[in-house]
Design a protein around this ligand. Structure first.
Ligand code: KG4
Ligand code: ZN
Length: 346
């Protein structure tokens, strides 16, 4: 079939993104991938503020689309369809993207395709590396933590996930508790490199339960308690002890993710015996200790390990364009009744 050119728009969390992807199912190329991140807008609040996010998306989404078209040297008339994240996410942000896409679709007559943000993440291994279905994906970021068995573009089995915080959120909260800067992941990782992971025996909630669910909120509370105990004893938080706490925290997250990945691979294999790849995506996949542990697990279990380039496995619109390309190829389009959904399980 002839290659398709798809414009993608993403605005479900704290990144305003637009991208152009060209190709066919199983073999597509990212022409441009524009991301405006709102980190500085939220920095003073210690987390994403929905109202601020919504305004920032509304201000930037049209600019992002224009940038994506200009820098890919693609005119609107060369686009075959417009794909947009229609959920799940912060509703004000999702609405900004959906309204922008509807406006473009109404003005140009181009087909409109509503995409599930999680499907975008889940299909990324096929966009970046042409990985064939089925494969197992661990999505692990500030907002997500789940194991998805991807049978095809429309069929997913959620094998398990966090029952409370996502690991990225735990990294960010731990950084805040320990007086480290945001985003917490890289700061905690850097400190952990100087610390002793056995210094603090932190809990590994649900780790030995025979399923693929996880829990990380108790871990953050344990870090808070350990910090308070250190402060009471030392009248402050000595840097060396802070590093030990970071290393112990990171070790706990890593142990849980690795143990649960082992279970998830087993469960996935039982459902899809021809599964050959375990892919990890999301900001937390940038963590060297976690990445190394997961790739070691895959080597042990004779499974291919894939961690797509970070720019395509954190929030972006190229993954939305590609998911849209697959839906369009399958004849699934939407019209102006497309609604923005705060919740939308796969
Ligand atoms: O995928 P992402 O950019 O955004 C969403 O959450 O949707 O992930 C961001 C999260 C943040 O919580 C950040 O602290 C975490 O990923 N992160 C890391 C590292 N780099 C980013 N966590 C652990 N280690 C890292 N090196
Ligand atoms: Zn995401």
């Amino acid at each position: 079939s002839a290659p398709l050119t798809i414009l993608g728009i993403e605005s479900s969390c704290d990144d305003t993104a637009a991208a152009v992807v060209r190709g066919v199912a199983g073999s597509a190329e990212v022409l441009t991938n524009i991301v405006y991140d709102q980190t500085t807008a939220h920095a003073a609040f210690g987390g994403v503020v929905p109202e601020i996010a919504a305004r920032a998306h509304a201000e930037k989404v049209d600019v992002a689309v224009q940038q994506a078209l200009i820098s890919s040297d693609v005119a609107l008339r060369d686009i075959d369809a417009i794909a947009v994240t229609a959920g799940p996410g912060l509703i004000g942000g999702v609405l900004s993207g959906v309204m922008c896409a509807k406006g473009l679709s109404a003005a140009t007559g181009l087909p409109l395709i509503g995409v599930n943000h999680l499907a975008g993440h889940a299909l990324t291994p096929q966009l970046t590396d042409g990985i064939a279905f089925p494969y197992l994906m661990l999505l692990v970021s500030g907002g997500h933590c789940q194991f998805l068995l991807v049978h095809d573009a429309e069929t997913y089995t959620r094998l398990g996930g966090t029952i409370d915080d996502a690991p990225g959120e735990a990294f960010d909260k731990t950084a805040r508790i320990l007086g480290l800067p945001q985003p917490g992941g890289p700061a905690v990782e850097a400190a952990a490199a100087q610390g002793d992971p056995t210094a603090f025996p932190l809990p590994r909630p649900l780790m030995n339960r025979d399923d693929c669910n996880m829990s990380f909120s108790g871990l953050k509370t344990a870090v808070l308690r350990a910090r308070d105990a250190v402060m009471a004893e030392h009248g402050g938080l000595p840097e060396a002890i802070r590093s030990d706490l970071c290393a112990s925290f990171q070790g706990a997250i890593c142990d849980v993710l690795t143990a649960k990945s082992r279970r998830a691979l087993k469960a996935a294999r039982a459902l899809a015996p021809d599964l050959s790849t375990f892919a990890v995506a999301g900001g937390v996949a940038a963590n060297t200790q976690i990445r190394t542990a997961l790739s070691g697990l895959c080597a042990e279990l004779e499974t291919d390990f894939l961690a797509p380039p970070l720019k395509l496995c954190t929030d972006n619109a190229a993954m939305i364009a590609y998911a849209g390309l697959l839906r369009f190829t399958a004849g699934m389009t939407d019209d102006l009744t497309l609604s923005a959904r705060p919740r939308w399980p796969l």
